[in-house]
Design a protein around this ligand. Sequence first.
Ligand code: ACM
Length: 694
Amino acid sequence: MYEIQTSTPRRNQLRNILVAAATLLFLIPSLRGQPVDSPHFANLLMPVPAALTVNQGELRLTPDFHVSIDGVSNPRLTGAAARMMAQLTAATGLVFSTSRPPAAADQQLIIRVQNPGQTIQTPDEDESYRMTVTSTTVTLEATTVVGAMHGLQTLLQLVQPEGKDYIIPAVTIADQPRFPWRGLMIDCGRHFEPIDVIKRTLDAMAAVKMNVFHWHLTEDQGFRMQSLRFPALTAKGSDGLFYTQQQAREIVAYAYDRGIRVVPEFEMPGHSTAWLVAYPALASGTAPAGIRREFGIAPYALDPTREETYQFITAFLTEMAQIFPDPYVHIGGDETLAPDWKTNPRITAFMRLHHLKDSDALQAYFNQRILKILTTLHRRMIGWDEILNPALPRDVIVQSWRGEASLVQGAKQGYQGVLSAPYYLDAMHSAAQHYLADPLPANVDLTAEQQRLILGGEVCMWGEQLNQRTIDSRIWPRTAAMAERLWSPQNVTNVDDMYRRLEAISVELESLGLHHLSQRDSDLRQLAGSEDIAALRIFASVLEPVSFSDRYQQQKTSQTTPLDRFVDAVPPDPSSGRTLQHLVDAFLQEPHNRPADRVALTEYFAQLTAAIPAVQQHMQTSPRLQDVQMRATQLADLATLGSQAVAFASSGTTPPAGWKPAALQTIHTARQPGGIVRFTILDQLTRLINAAQE
Ligand code: ACM
């Protein structure tokens, strides 16, 4: 369990008493497993470590701070240590001395690693580490280099300003992950993501201790991995947007250097239009005329009944095994509609001959054949939950995307599982919603042995409505909250505290080169054709993208749809909803008697009102802002309502007859689809309106 203790000097009685009182304060939340602050420790760690003790004092950083490796060393470790020191310089402005050999008395980080760890990282890797900080020394101990790398990330998050200095608080940490599989899937098939995007995403994953990059490389809309054996796959199936083998190897090495496995996904037998554009003879009957531009489920599938299909896949996967050393290969397997399997006489005859009663049985037959190929290549299989079928042996992993039920069902049948259903970023849920979804909730109906089959979870970033401009703000910072869910103890569930730390990690991630914060203003400038976006920024602050499916209903996106609208500029789950909630919470405690909170709320609505004329001005001269014009009109009404509601509630004045129903109608109207964005403030406004006396 997460615990916290404060060691106290014996000499000073008064101080002892004060510290004891403070300890008690810290201890109470710590019993709930929540991170806490001490005078020398603003806890901004994300993920929260398994066990943390705050001690007296701190290490006050000077240019003498240096790294001593006192145990196993290799380029993976020295590279990580050098990156950590560079980030430390970026965070503190301190330039660390390299010109003279460090003296024994200097402050230092001692890294003591017992063994290099697995040559090919697997889910069994020991990722634990222990760290102790005193006024002169940080001691980081780990069984493997991967554990030490996680500790280096924790160290960076411990650094904080104090007066004119930067300090590392004196702490003792013993940390290890709750789950061994903490992944992020990126769909590079529907929209290609350049190599630099992948690299900075890996940097961000490492910062929050994620360890699996699931690389979705093939889709109906594009085949993104170069094959030298079958060059037509990218020549005909990629629009020239693909990763060379050299680039893929570079990504595998880059990820390995950060303790991250790369699990490649080659979708089969469905979602395979791009394979079949290049090799139509592999199709189940009908072959596609070209790369699919629209989204949804395509009717094409690889033919599971022909030996040529398996020969092709054997050759292809053999080539891929040279590039991707991970023990797992993801075969997709989801959404195989395959109408040809019901109508093609050759296929139906094959099914009768092999006693395969339906399409599911045929797909299970296909999967068994693919599993044999993978086994020969010393690889294990992972697939989406459609692969769950008693015909498959128990050593495949089921990735649950259609609901938690398949995860539990799989575990009961003895299959290992990875949860993704509640972690779809394009659902545009809040970080809080994602955060509270647990792969193993306390009330899960599984035995201890079955629970061990749940390996963890994967955040999914699907690519339909994504491009290289928008990807960072769709993934970050929300993914950091899910990274914590998969690493930290189960009882770390305080949402307010998560958001407090998420804001800090968000800024840390930007220092790694991510654009999730800066992109919005850049996009607003492009939309407005102006540097002066002060008013637009206020308008944008209360709007967020609608979910993937809501957007699809409002705008039938395809691969060729430019993703350059207002919706693409605004990030999901902005702070505006939470800011207003805190203001309203405080005010509603005692509306007649909270002048400061009344003023804060009144000013909040006044700044929204004041922004509207300039926003409408921009809209008149920017065709790309036309679709959110109605949101500006609505916001003017909402802000007026907010001011009125605060005035009524604080003065105890009864609103005129009809005001409240009209106000609630305005909220209702503002909830309707429009501009592919939604307001973040409607629930809080409703509370204020309801607080006005009848
Ligand atoms: C999926 O979302 N079709 C795995």
